[in-house]
Ligand binder design. Structure first.
Ligand code: BTN
Length: 325
């Protein structure tokens, strides 16, 4: 799928009416013959394009499967999604993104798949990634931060996911530190961030995001059925996955830019406002053992501060919330 097809879809989306081949040709700087050839190609890919002789072409619908043209046209002008690799089935989009990053792919490269054969969650867990249900994607970032700063990137991404789900779909989303997005206490999105360093500087960060979009209640496996939810379950609507992707990626881009230009404080405020933990007695498994206390704050480097019963404060830079008590 070439740039011309992306350009035609962009123009048809923008126009939202019939557009003549001559107009499209002028806008895309190609001949009418090339327009007609590209429209044929798009129709073959599942785009529903109405053709009225004399009036031209109008986009009536996009394919059910996520299409790289659609993604690229939705993210046109954004840094994230500047390059898009869309696959049917991969082991894990994080694995693909890490190898692309090692090979020099630029900041903003987005890798997405319909299905992951070995979708990975945090702490070695499996991430349920069936075809047709969700958004399983990874973004390469090159933030030029020190090792400590890289933790704040996944927090900024989590805030972006939560904000966009609320703004675009009216879903009240909360964040469970470090970066699970919850709706009514159930997980709608998980984030797995992996980074490589040169000396103490980040060479690249791959932010891997899994969002349950169209998964029905009965489709979740037994072990997560009670603790998982999806955009479709929460809204009662069969939303477009590429539509969700565009909102989420743009919102992550805004937060990433805020982080780079103004530091973590603004993101921290958003995280505190949306926190599922603050003020609650929380049990966290850390690399050094299990800690319990009231979640009191998130500090300026993204660590969770727990106030223990004896009044002391525990600062957690990594961990897994085992329970909100
Ligand atoms: C978690 O909550 O445990 C993190 C889940 C992260 C899942 C996403 S899906 C896209 C990317 N590829 C993976 O293998 N994992 C992440």
């Amino acid at each position: 799928m070439g740039d011309l097809e992306v350009d035609i879809i962009l123009n048809l989306k923008k126009a939202d009416r019939h557009v003549t081949p001559a107009e499209l040709g002028r806008a895309c700087k190609v001949t009418e013959g090339e327009v007609s050839e590209a429209v044929g190609e798009l129709s073959g890919r599942g785009y529903r394009i109405d053709h009225v002789p004399g009036e031209g072409y109008r986009l009536m619908g996009t394919p059910d499967l996520m299409d790289v043209t659609d993604i690229r046209s939705d993210l046109h002008g954004s840094v994230l999604g500047g390059e898009v690799f869309a696959f049917g089935r991969v082991t894990s989009t994080n694995d693909v993104a890490v190898s692309l990053a090692r090979g020099g792919s630029p900041e903003g490269t987005l890798v997405i798949a319909e299905e992951q054969a070995r979708g990975r969650g945090r702490r070695g867990r499996v991430w349920f990634s069936p075809p047709g249900c969700g958004l399983w994607f990874s973004i390469i970032l090159r933030p030029g931060l020190g090792a400590e700063g890289s933790a704040t990137i996944s927090l900024a991404a989590a805030a972006g996911v939560a904000e966009s789900l609320e703004e675009a779909y009216g879903i009240r989303a909360q964040i469970k530190w470090p970066n699970d997005v919850l709706v009514r206490g159930k997980k709608i999105c998980g984030i797995l961030t992996e980074a490589e360093f040169i000396d103490n500087t980040v060479r690249f960060v791959v932010v891997g995001i899994g969002i349950n979009v169209l998964t029905g209640k009965e489709q979740f496996p037994d072990d997560i059925a009670a603790i998982a939810t999806s955009v479709a379950v929460e809204t009662g609507r069969r939303v477009s996955r590429t539509g969700v992707l565009a909102c989420v990626v743009k919102s992550i881009e805004a937060n990433y830019s805020e982080l780079r230009h103004h530091g973590f404080e603004g993101i921290r405020t958003k995280l505190l406002q949306r926190s599922a933990l603050i003020g609650k007695m929380t049990r966290v498994k850390t690399p050094d053992g299990v800690v319990e206390g009231v979640a009191a704050d998130i500090d300026i480097s993204g660590a969770l501060l727990l106030r223990r019963e004896d009044g002391s404060t525990e600062r957690l830079v990594a961990g897994e919330v085992m329970g909100i008590l």
